[in-house]
Design a protein around this ligand. Sequence first.
Ligand code: SF4
Ligand code: SF4
Length: 71
Amino acid sequence: MNGGRPKETNILKVIDMKVSAERCHHCGACVGSCPQNAIFMNDFVLEFGDACNRCKRCIRLCPAGAISEEG
Ligand code: SF4
Ligand code: SF4
């Protein structure tokens, strides 16, 4: 018996937001426009927090086309 522990599934976790280090010029536009406040810039490296709901707004607005999804 394994105690019947429920198996966790969360499809959102399968998709990660990805930033191209070559394309991103650290303008900060994505950070300020995220409705979930889920984008953080630390030492010029972008990080996406758990609050991201994959609305893709940042992908559309990035002037450098630096953000994408990877599954
Ligand atoms: S909007 Fe694009 S170029 Fe600007 S900081 Fe975000 S990912 Fe980088
Ligand atoms: S996909 Fe939407 S919620 Fe997630 S980081 Fe981009 S703008 Fe924010």
